[in-house]
Ligand binder design. Sequence first.
Ligand code: 5GP
Ligand code: ZN
Length: 137
Amino acid sequence: MSDCVFCKIVEGQIPSTKVHENGLTLAFMDIGQVNPGHVLVAVKPHVENIYGLDDALAAAVFQTATRVARAVKKVFAPEGVTLFQANGPAAGQTVYHFHLHIVPRYDKDGMHLTWPAKNPPREQLEANAAKLRVVLE
Ligand code: 5GP
Ligand code: ZN
């Protein structure tokens, strides 16, 4: 995609600070750096979001993320690591080329994800799970 910033990074048309690369994925430093060592793992082909990933890309991106997370732990010794991945504006996606954030975390580092749990009754869980099972079969 000619107007996609991550395609341009993958193709070397704009600069990036690369961390790791293989046939299907590229890991590079997020320009915003929520904490030092904040890395993005992107798929190389232009795929907008998780819905368009085939099995090979899905596997590759998580394999790279796992390797990078271990490296981040070793190098920065964070207190934790958060994986964050957004699909669509309501989810916080701002670059529409599939990528996953690996964010080193520290107590009171200012990164917040509010988690408004609704704790619905079991029947509601069952009904919604049944709908999903039909689609997944
Ligand atoms: P999203 O909100 O889509 O999950 O995150 C997009 C991320 O891409 C942001 O954290 C932002 O800092 C990062 N980003 C946007 N443009 C560039 C760029 O040109 N280079 C790099 N390295 N990161 C970028
Ligand atoms: Zn792209």
